[in-house]
Structure formats: structure tokens, C-alpha cells
Design a protein around this ligand. Structure first.
Ligand code: CTP
Length: 436
């Protein structure tokens, strides 16, 4: 297969950078290849009338030790506005352009083999050929490459060692080789991400291998920054809810903890709860003029399906307030049925709920029964906003002294307003007289 019009995936400056990169590689007697997501997405979007511009480009250089770093250093000299990062040990470099009109990053790797001392360890890296480099990758659809050319940008013919093009056409996510998931548990999440994102099926033998890997328990409760970033990356996808349901089916949630079980009820599945929490968060961000972080809340929703004693101990970088929230959420969900069923006044419910922060209330709203959800929503959007019709200054004018007692009076007036016993300032004054 030939890829045409590759330049339409890039801005004019990005394309100029790519041409220059190809020229530098050529001058250094190296071969340069674009590999992975960029090639996959260019094929998927071949007939897209105006495809989105790419922000990341993964390049591989074949031709000896530190090939990627050598090109990156030379390119940085020609584009000094770029930021250069070198990772000598991994034989990779990154150049990034981040300003008002550029948001572009190029990963420039030496074609390499990675040797893992044990699963999940940082690999030892040895320079090798493009073929070997493609072999170490995850899925056939991600092992596609095109060679760069100093004049044309790319040579055009797609390098496809593992039938990735057939898999893409047949809508299959297929691991390149056995042992891939054992070696790197992040690939469990990646398989689901590509399947959902590109509307593909996980190939039968890959599915079977995933189940065998997860049920062996080898990745149980692995924790760590890499797992955390996979979780957040998955939560950022438009179909995150459905992705987590598929991850559960594959046993991949055991990476978080083997006891984690997401609900699958028809009307209250994790997918529904995820959507609900995001919707509430969006509305409340506007209403309260806040910026509650959606992905962090997603992570908390996920972890809330574990006993909080376990969730708070996991190595997933939860902030102290997020840990506290797990405990408070469990407490609220236990007490919520009482709050709704025993005929409390609106102000009494308010007094109970105001002990909880907005995120805890959103999370419980996402998880609870409809009747409880309605009460939480009324509290969040109405009752918690209600103020006393009289201010402290008004009370001073009619002779009340400032201090703790005044605070209590204002609170009483607020509760009476929530219960609609008073509505106006005049009602409030009459109410105070009747109370004396
Ligand atoms: N890769 C891999 N195993 C991983 C991570 C990455 O084999 N655990 C390889 C794949 O070939 C992938 C490439 O490295 O295509 C680049 O990785 P990344 O940028 O994370 O993925 P993309 O395929 O570019 O996907 P995305 O669109 O999500 O960035």
C-alpha cells in the first residue's frame, strides 16, 4: 500500500521540520522512519476530508548506536526554539515545540531491542534494525512504518511486516507475538483503547492470551505511575465507560486490585455512572464557577468499588483529600437511604449534606438510586445556594449584636428559607419575632 498526501496531517512548519529531519538522517547515513500511531491513523483517515493535525510524531532511525540522539541534536541546532530532551540510556530523544502557534512533539528513537530483566522493569536497550524494532511492539496495527525522504517527505510505501494492514482492514487488534501482555501490562489497556477508539475487535487468539495473562494473577495490584497514567489516559477517551466494562471482562482491572468489580446493572452500570458523574461535574463547574478535574473524579469513581480500606492503600498517587473522600463517600452512601426515607425537612437534609464536598456528592449521585439522586441534585443546585433573606448588617440595624449568636440566627433564617417558611426580608423579621 502507498500512502499519499502525508503532508496534510501536518502544519507547514511541522512538514518543514520533517523534511529537514529526513535530510539530516540522509547526511548521517541513517534511515529514518515514521512508525506507530501516526501511520495507523494516516491509513484510517486516508479519505477524511480534513483530518486533524498531528501533535506527536514517533520516528525511528536505523543505522547504529545513538542514531536517534544524533539526529535530534543536529535538528535542535537548526530549530533552536525547540526543547531538546536526551535519554541516553534508552537511546531516545524528544524535541518539542510548545508556544502560541505550535504544539508539536517528535520522539526520535534509535531502532532498538529492549531486554527486560523482569516484567515491568525498565529495559536495557541495544541498537538494532527497523525490523527488530517493529518486532518489540505491541499490535500489528501499531507496527506499520513509512520511510522518510529528504525531497518528498516520505517514500510512500507502507512497511508492514506483520500483516497490520490486513488486520486494520478486517478490524482486528492482534498482538504481534506471544508474551506481550506478560511483558507489559499497559498493553492490556492499550488493546481496549485501540479496539474502542477505532471500532475494532480484539482478535480471538489475542483475547485468549489476555484472559490467560490476567487470570494468572501476574499483574494483580501492580500499582505505580505507569498504571495510573494508563487509567487517566483511558478515562480521557470519549467511550471511557464502555472501555472499563471491557477491561473488566478481560480481567484487566485486576491490575488495580483483584477485588475490584464494577457494576453491570442494566440501568446503573459503570458506564451510566461515569456519564452521570461527568455530566454533573460539567454543570456544577459552571454553576459554582469551579474547575473540578474530571479525570481525577473518574479515578475516584473507579476506586470507590473497592472497600475504602483497600482503595486508600493503593499505589496510584491519590492525593490525601482523595483518600479522605473515599472514606466519606462510603459513609454517605450508607446513610443516604435514611436521609431520603424518613421524611426529613429539606433544611435537615441540607444540614446532613453540607458536611460533604461537591465531589463526594457528585460521586454518590452517580452511584445511588434515582430517588436519592433527585435529593442530592436539589441540594447541589438549590438548597446549598440559598442564603438568609437578611444579612448581618440588616440584623445589626434592628438591634442584634454581632457574634456567634448572630451567626446562628442567620443560619436559622437560611434553613427556614430552604423549607420555604419564609421568602422575603419582611417574612424573616416576622419569623424572628415569633421565635423570641
Ligand atoms: N508501544 C508498544 N507498547 C507500549 C507502548 C507503545 O509497543 N506499551 C509502541 C507502539 O508501536 C505504538 C508506539 O510504541 O504505536 C508509540 O506509542 P504511543 O505514542 O503510546 O501510542 P500510539 O500508537 O501513537 O497511540 P496514541 O494515538 O494513543 O498516542
Amino acid at each position: 500500500m502507498y500512502l499519499k498526501n502525508f503532508d496534510r496531517f501536518f502544519s507547514p512548519l511541522q512538514w518543514q521540520i520533517i523534511l529537514t529531519t529526513a535530510q539530516i538522517a540522509h547526511d548521517l547515513n541513517l534511515r529514518a522512519f515514521a512508525v506507530g500511531g501516526i501511520v495507523r491513523d494516516a491509513i484510517v483517515r486516508e479519505n477524511h476530508p480534513s483530518p486533524p493535525l498531528h501533535k506527536d510524531l514517533d520516528l525511528v532511525f536505523d543505522g547504529g548506536e545513538q542514531a536517534g540522539m544524533k539526529v535530534a541534536i543536529a535538528l535542535h541546532q537548526l530549530f533552536p526554539a525547540s526543547k531538546l530532551q536526551l535519554h541516553e540510556k534508552f537511546q531516545t530523544a524528544a524535541l518539542s515545540w510548545q508556544d502560541a502557534d505550535q504544539d508539536f512533539e517528535m520522539d526520535m528513537a534509535t531502532a532498538r531491542r529492549e531486554i527486560y530483566a523482569y516484567a515491568g522493569a525498565n529495559p536495557q536497550v541495544i541498537a538494532t534494525t527497523l525490523e527488530d524494532d517493529l518486532w518489540r511492539r505491541d499490535f500489528t496495527i501499531n507496527a506499520l512504518a513509512i520511510e522518510l525522504d529528504p525531497q518528498l517527505g516520505i517514500k510512500g510505501e507502507v512497511i508492514d511486516r506483520f500483516q497490520g494492514l490486513v488486520d486494520l482492514a478486517n478490524k482486528q487488534v492482534r498482538a504481534i507475538r506471544e508474551g506481550s501482555f506478560e511483558e507489559d501490562p499497559r498493553r492490556l489497556f492499550r488493546a481496549v483503547r485501540f479496539a474502542m477508539r477505532l471500532d475494532l475487535e480484539i482478535a480471538t487468539e489475542t483475547y485468549t492470551e489476555i484472559i490467560a495473562t490476567t487470570s494468572s494473577g501476574i499483574h494483580d495490584a501492580i500499582g505505580g505511575a505507569r498504571l495510573r497514567s494508563e487509567l487517566l489516559y483511558t478515562l480521557a477517551e470519549p467511550r471511557a465507560g464502555a472501555m472499563f466494562e471491557l477491561l473488566q471482562k478481560l480481567g484487566a482491572l485486576r491490575c488495580i486490585h483483584p477485588d475490584l468489580k464494577l457494576p453491570k446493572n442494566l440501568t446503573n452500570s459503570f458506564k451510566h455512572q461515569w456519564r452521570r458523574s461527568q455530566y454533573w461535574l460539567h454543570l456544577l463547574n459552571q454553576l459554582e464557577n469551579k474547575t473540578y478535574a474530571p479525570l481525577q473524579l473518574g479515578l475516584e469513581l473507579l476506586l470507590s468499588y473497592l472497600p475504602h480500606q483497600i482503595a486508600t492503600q493503593l499505589d496510584l498517587g491519590l492525593a490525601p483529600e482523595q483518600k479522605t473522600r473515599q472514606i466519606k463517600l462510603a459513609d454517605l452512601l450508607i446513610n443516604l437511604p435514611n436521609l431520603v426515607s424518613i421524611g426529613l425537612k429539606n433544611s435537615e437534609i441540607t444540614q446532613n449534606l453540607q458536611k460533604f464536598d461537591t465531589q463526594t456528592l457528585i460521586l454518590s449521585g452517580a452511584k445511588c438510586e434515582p430517588a436519592q439522586r433527585r435529593i442530592l441534585w436539589r441540594y447541589l443546585t438549590q438548597w446549598q445556594m440559598v442564603k438568609s433573606p437578611l444579612t448581618g448588617a440588616d440584623l445589626k440595624q434592628v438591634g442584634y449584636a454581632t457574634g456567634k449568636q448572630m451567626g446562628e440566627i442567620l443560619q436559622r433564617l437560611r434553613f427556614a428559607t430552604i423549607d420555604r417558611e419564609i421568602l422575603t426580608k419582611e417574612d424573616a423579621i416576622v419569623y424572628l419575632h415569633t421565635q423570641e
